[in-house]
Design a protein. Structure first.
Length: 286
């Protein structure tokens, strides 16, 4: 499949059956027709490189067995709104989970049991996470093009923790930097998230491609001036190019014209090998 043919395609896997659209036909053509200068890539890691929904589906099944009777979309619209302050490092995960479950009518005894089981389940999933189909091939293609990659995650974990996860998940891939909402104390689609990523790359936004799946995150990246590519995306997602499969990114990236690689952080060594923190990325104390 050619990159241009993949625009506005029906996604598979996490995105479900739906049709997304390009943000603008002109931008889609520029990004996929060849010759566009691209100096770096920002990847929204959860649900792009690995499936981050396992725990969410487990929790929904559990509460529904207890008689809540709620669908995935309704349940997680409410949960994601509560989770923002956790991802910003302002509230504890367990506290937010307990308050959230009580709000759905569960007793405190039920909530305590769920929270204890949830801790074990999250630890198990953390150790057994695997790359999504096409992730390794896509990253290998970006590496061959000498495109530096910044990994981003909205997550209640430090940048160093994200780096460790990526080292386990994708040991052959070197990232220029790993950044999280926890360290920045802001979540997507706040502009500061995208500005931090392009600052780590030392590039202007129009030379950076953002790869994501979430509708609001893609819109935030576009508003910040980055090119956008959607994979495993929501039905309402709008991006410069929407890919059917993550491995299609290889053909798309092959049409770009790489620019000179920016200076690597920490004397040319991979930030991941140095347990990246905000201090490593920006030369300041956390």
């Amino acid at each position: 499949m050619s990159p241009s043919a993949s625009a506005a395609a029906t996604p598979s896997g996490l995105g479900g059956e739906c049709h997304a659209s390009s943000a603008s036909p002109q931008d889609a053509s520029l990004l996929s027709s060849g010759g566009l200068e691209v100096g770096g890539v920002v990847i929204d890691v959860p649900d792009v490189l690995y499936d981050a929904t396992h725990w969410r589906r487990w929790l929904l099944q559990l509460v529904n067995r207890l008689g809540v009777g709620v669908g995935y979309a309704e349940f997680y619209r409410a949960w994601d709104a509560q989770l923002l302050d956790v991802h910003r490092g302002r509230r504890e995960f367990a506290e937010v989970l307990q308050t959230f479950l009580v709000g759905f009518g569960l007793s405190w005894a039920q909530v305590d049991e769920i929270e204890a089981a949830s801790r074990i389940q999250r630890q198990n999933l953390e150790q057994n996470v695997r790359p999504l189909a096409g992730a390794i091939r896509a990253l290998e293609g970006l590496t061959r093009l000498n495109l530096p990659m910044v990994a981003w995650a909205d997550a209640p974990a430090t940048s160093a923790r994200l780096a460790e996860r990526l080292e386990r998940l994708l040991p052959q891939t070197q990232f220029h930097a790993a950044l999280t909402s926890f360290d920045l104390e802001c979540t997507q689609p706040t502009a500061d998230c995208y500005l931090a990523a392009i600052d780590a790359l030392r590039l202007p936004p129009h030379q950076v491609v953002y790869i994501g799946h979430d509708t609001q995150h893609l819109a935030g990246a576009k508003s910040a001036g980055l090119w956008t590519v959607a994979v495993n995306h929501d039905c309402t997602a709008r991006a410069d190019v929407c890919l059917t499969r993550l491995e299609d990114l290889v053909d798309l990236a092959a049409t770009w014209r790489p620019i000179a690689r920016p200076s690597r952080i920490d004397n040319g060594r991979s930030v991941l090998s140095q347990r990246p923190t905000m201090a490593a990325a920006f030369g300041s104390q956390p």
